[in-house]
Design a binder for this molecule. Structure first.
Ligand SMILES: Cc1cc2nc3c(=O)[nH]c(=O)nc-3n(C[C@H](O)[C@H](O)[C@H](O)COP(=O)(O)OP(=O)(O)OC[C@H]3O[C@@H](n4cnc5c(N)ncnc54)[C@H](O)[C@@H]3O)c2cc1C
Length: 482
């Protein structure tokens, strides 16, 4: 089978790697002109306008690491050789956790610390080494080619921006969050692709740094981020002694948005936040003079199987082109790679029938990945409500009859303190964050519920939770004023 993959980001690379390793010929068509460099640092300089999020912090979750460990262990090894490191659950626990004992399942709870460009560089190198993959860069796809049969279209290739075509037995569309696939399908006569979309309500600001030669990372037993309501933030370890800081503001906060785009104000702000201040105490220097900003961050999901049938055969979407999620959850790459893996499995099950491939792949997607998407959308709706109330100067917990007020209280005064003290709750929380369970696993676990509830009931007997930064937005504004 010859598979054409549109887009060489995470989903495209994951598809190319898995499909080629199953013995199929693969051609990847990537719009960005990104020749293969010799090092991770050169890959960081890639012009990746087609995937501008590579300039932002990326978490690589245990779900993704485990897929590599189980199916492509050599790629995991190559990542470590390229300077990525492991972040193992249990290695950097705060002293407040006193009941930790390593369990066999903790071997699954390992994240990869790596820059996004390094990840792409290593996976692309592995895909190319297979010999069945051709990677064409600087090539823009702008439509689909069909065999002209009646009924739902059957795709037989892609059309490039220069008017030429590339034939395929299957087209895998992995062209990211701004994918035009729905339009391309419309152009060839497919039924409309249903789409649901919610703005996450946040804007991302990120900056990358590298430790100075004589410096070390600060102790990693403390928190790695915080949610102040008016500002969310985190610090992410990368490969080769790099790290990045990301600050996220509500979309509506024009004033803070303008300020954070300035590198000096960005660093000053990060210096006021409990989890990032130690990282910016002079031990590191910026890798890039700029702060990178990114807005228009959506939760978006598209349905390519309508009324039980694929909208077209010979074409399947993977990664952000089918569903993309709030970056704050750090799930997108894991979901993209996971989706690529499910697709490769469907191709192996039905190598001669692209309709069955689309149906089998869609069934796994709906069962395994869509529930994570839906739970993220629900959490975002609540976060947006709270941010809007704070920006308007209202108390988001003012209405005690609202069940969300109680849920927030249990989260704030039960779950969060329990995470700081109880290894069992922390483990369950991390397993969910890393997509190793189901979204409902924590609330369905009676033992966990009892542990969290006990902490919540004890809330009057302990000091308030430590603030993760200036208590109010106006306090922050005073602190970062020039
Ligand atoms: C600000 C931000 C921060 C994020 N942080 C995280 C994180 O911490 N952890 C995480 O897992 N995920 C994170 N994500 C999500 C993650 O980046 C995406 O989910 C992931 O990149 C999806 O992979 P993809 O291959 O589907 O799309 P992309 O990686 O966007 O790749 C699409 C590729 O298609 C190419 N392309 C587009 N159109 C065409 C065309 N017409 N012809 C040829 N090529 C084309 C593009 O150039 C690009 O290379 C973040 C996203 C954002 C926006």
């Amino acid at each position: 089978m010859h598979v054409v993959v549109v887009g060489g980001g995470i989903a495209g690379l994951g598809s190319a790697l898995s499909v080629a390793r199953n013995g199929h010929r693969v051609t990847v068509l990537e719009r960005d002109n990104t020749p293969m460099p010799d090092s991770a640092d050169e890959a960081f300089e890639w012009d990746r306008r087609g995937a501008p999020q590579v300039r932002h912090s990326h978490a690589f979750l245990a779900r993704l690491r485990n897929l590599l460990r189980e199916h492509h262990p050599d790629v995991l090894e190559a990542l470590y050789e390229a300077g990525a490191t492991e972040m193992r659950f249990g290695d950097d626990l705060p002293a407040t956790i006193t009941n930790f004992e390593r369990l066999p399942e903790d071997d699954d709870l390992v994240m990869i610390a790596c820059r996004r460009t390094t990840f792409e560089w290593v996976v692309r190198r592995a895909a190319l080494a297979n010999g069945l993959v051709t990677f064409r860069t600087g090539v823009v796809v702008d439509g689909l080619v069909t065999d002209g049969a009646v009924g739902r279209p059957n795709v037989t290739g892609v059309r490039l921006a220069d008017g030429s075509t590339v034939g395929a037995d299957l087209v895998v569309v992995a062209n990211g969050r701004r994918s035009a696939l729905a339009d391309w399908l419309g152009d060839i006569g497919s039924p409309t692709v249903p789409e649901s979309m919610e703005d996450t309500g946040i804007v991302y600001f990120s900056r990358f740094y590298r430790l100075r030669d004589d410096a070390e990372f600060p102790p990693r037993t403390g928190p790695i981020g915080g949610d102040l309501g008016y500002l969310k933030y985190g610090v992410f370890v990368g490969d080769n002694r790099t790290f990045s800081v990301t600050l996220a503001t509500p979309v509506e906060d024009d004033q803070l948005r303008k300020l954070l785009a300035d590198p000096i104000v960005f660093d000053r702000t990060a210096g006021q936040l409990v989890a990032t201040a130690p990282w910016l105490d002079g031990r590191a220097e910026p890798l890039d003079p700029r702060v990178h900003a990114m807005a228009g961050l959506l939760n978006r999901r598209r349905e390519f199987v309508v009324d039980g049938e694929p909208v077209a055969t010979g074409v399947v979407p993977v990664g952000d082109s089918v569903l993309c999620t709030n970056p704050l959850f750090g799930r997108g790459c894991s979901i993209a790679f996971w989706g690529a893996h499910l697709l490769a499995q469907a191709i192996e099950a039905f190598p001669d029938d692209t309709r069955e491939v689309a149906l089998a792949y869609n069934a796994s997607l709906q069962a395994e990945i869509v529930p994570w998407y839906l739970s993220g959308v629900q959490q975002d709706a609540e976060a947006r409500r709270v941010a809007a109330a704070l920006l308007a100067g209202d108390d988001p917990d003012g209405d005690v009859s609202d069940p969300r007020t109680f849920q927030r209280a249990v989260f704030r005064d039960g779950l969060l303190p329990a995470i700081r003290t109880d290894a069992t709750v922390l483990r369950a929380f991390f397993r969910a964050l890393n997509l190793l369970t189901t979204p409902e696993a924590m609330i369905q676990d009676a033992d966990l519920g009892a542990r969290v509830f006990a902490v919540w009931q004890d809330r009057e007997n302990r000091p308030p939770e430590p603030a993760m930064g200036p208590k109010s937005r106006s306090d922050l504004m005073v602190l970062i004023a020039a």
